[in-house]
Ligand binder design. Structure first.
Ligand code: NAD
Length: 450
């Protein structure tokens, strides 16, 4: 068996737990509430990690020193401006892009230019304009781009795809997807690079891309038109939760942390840095000396926060269905409620949890209600592992070979599908900012015909 050679761009939380450790066969810790981990998988006989590209030399050195078992070779490090040299020297077959979202485009284009395949984290890029550059570059290259829309791999989501495909609801008419991100997970985005649109595309792109991709995939359709209302209701300088003294003065540092309701709700959870003077610790105990240098204060009420935390949107699809999609990033519970209505029936599922872990809904079932007939509860096999068991299934597909389910359902997302998800997310924030309907064609042009 030939082992593929992989280079990983971004020794991120996601990169290290989802790709680097499984490729090296290094144990990557237990499940975390943010959905990573639990991947005691060993793909080292299928692929080799030839390089890690990251501006943070110290973080990579920490990884090599603390997480690579004695006797194993250390991972070779390259800074971003040495990407070309890395390709020349280490000759990867595939580049895995797991760096902050705004850095994806450059790596994807540089790899395609050199004829090297790309597996990129979602969102593929942060703007529809960049998505078009990627699609054009892929056409001109012998290499391919695959986007890790991992939520497709959740067994319940696979089953929904089958039911819709097989006509259980007839022709889909409208979908409602109500998504909530809880106070802990939601607040964490506003304490990381994600809080700036230039870096993440905003949360309708960074997070919404997951959900918008799922709906397009379930319906086997693409959105045409988007209207949305969104804003910042919880975080940023005008937050109603920002602690102030009686005369309206705001706080900073320890005083602010002591009064911050989000911080107080999560002390010791690891989701918030306990003290700005100490290092920010990510998964597997790795710090971020470059990205979050010690002493750099970040609060939920900072002026640089320029993204929305709440959206309510309506999307129409080319085959006539519509989607009502809402998402907020400061909810008392985390999860979603989904209803797919069609001319002949309805599918409904709900899955979530309270902050103390109490489950809400039932992630192992889907309720099917034919229009004329008895409702049926369809049980779905649950799988352990990150993102509802999706991540291990996706990794097996990527590193070994596509499973039968993957081939049957088209689980691997193409660059065009990645582009549509990004454009739909961009249309949501643009519509809300400009107060008008956005046509997806305005953003993706003739690419939509591909
Ligand atoms: N599919 C999923 O479910 C999922 C989940 C989480 C994150 N993600 C994606 O994974 C990616 C990483 O997110 P994260 O939150 O794990 O990141 P992170 O903040 O944990 O880490 C970012 C890493 O990238 C490095 N970096 C910064 N600039 C870089 C550059 N120009 N080139 C290479 N590396 C650079 C930083 O030094 C750091 O090591 C993002 O694209 C994110 O959207 C996907």
């Amino acid at each position: 068996m030939s082992r593929r050679r992989y280079a990983v761009c971004g020794l991120s939380n996601r990169g290290v737990t989802s790709f680097v450790c499984p490729l090296l066969g290094v144990r990557a810790g237990e499940d975390t509430e943010l959905g990573f981990g639990a991947n005691h998988e060993d793909y080292s006989s299928h692929g080799g990690l030839v390089a890690v590209v990251d501006p943070d030399k110290e973080r990579v050195a920490q990884f090599n020193a603390e997480l690579i078992p004695p006797g194993h070779p250390r991972v070779p490090w390259y800074p971003p401006d040495q990407f070309g040299a890395m390709i020349e020297q280490d000759r990867p077959d595939t580049v895995i892009v797991a760096s902050p979202d705004h850095t994806h485009t450059d790596y994807i284009l540089a790899a395609l230019e050199r004829g090297v395949d790309v597996i990129t984290e979602k969102p593929m890029v942060t703007t529809a304009a960049d998505a078009r550059r990627v699609l054009a570059a892929e056409r001109a290259s012998p290499a391919n781009v695959l986007v890790t829309h991992n939520l497709r791999y959740v067994r319940r989501h696979q089953q929904i795809k089958r039911l819709v495909r097989d006509g259980a609801v007839g022709r889909p008419t409208y979908v409602t997807l109500e998504y909530h991100v809880d106070i802990r997970h939601g607040a964490s985005y506003f304490l990381r690079w994600n809080r700036r649109r230039a870096l993440s595309g905003g949360l309708s792109v960074h997070k919404g891309a997951h959900h918008l991709d799922l709906v397009s995939w379930w319906l086997d359709d693409v959105p045409e038109r988007v209207y949305a209302v969104g804003g910042r209701s919880y975080y940023g300088p005008d937050s109603p939760h920002r602690p102030r003294s009686a005369d309206g003065t705001t706080y900073s540092g320890r005083e602010l942390r002591a009064r911050d309701p989000y911080f107080r709700a999560q002390v010791g959870s690891g989701a918030f840095p306990d003290d700005a003077a100490t290092d920010r610790v990510g998964f597997l105990g790795l710090t971020y000396p470059h990205q979050y240098p010690a002493g750099r204060e970040m609060y939920l009420y900072d002026d640089e926060i320029d993204i929305e935390d709440t959206y309510s949107s309506l999307l129409s699809y080319s085959n006539g269905a519509s989607l009502s999609y809402t998402i907020d990033f400061s909810s008392p519970w985390e999860g979603y409620r989904l209803v797919i209505n069609g001319t002949h029936g309805q599918l409904e599922t709900m899955s979530g949890r309270l902050p103390d872990g109490t489950p809400l809904g039932d992630s192992s079932s889907i309720i099917y209600r034919p229009l004329f007939g008895e409702p049926e509860t369809i049980e779905v096999q649950t799988v352990t592992g990150g993102h509802g068991g999706a991540d291990p299934l996706m990794r097996r597909d990527i590193f070994v070979e596509p499973s039968a389910a993957s081939r049957e359902l088209g689980l691997a997302a193409s660059s065009l599908e990645g582009a549509v998800a990004v454009a739909a997310g961009e249309a949501i924030w643009r519509s809300s900012a400009e107060g008008r309907v956005i046509e997806l064609r305005e953003l993706l042009g003739e690419e939509l015909d591909g």
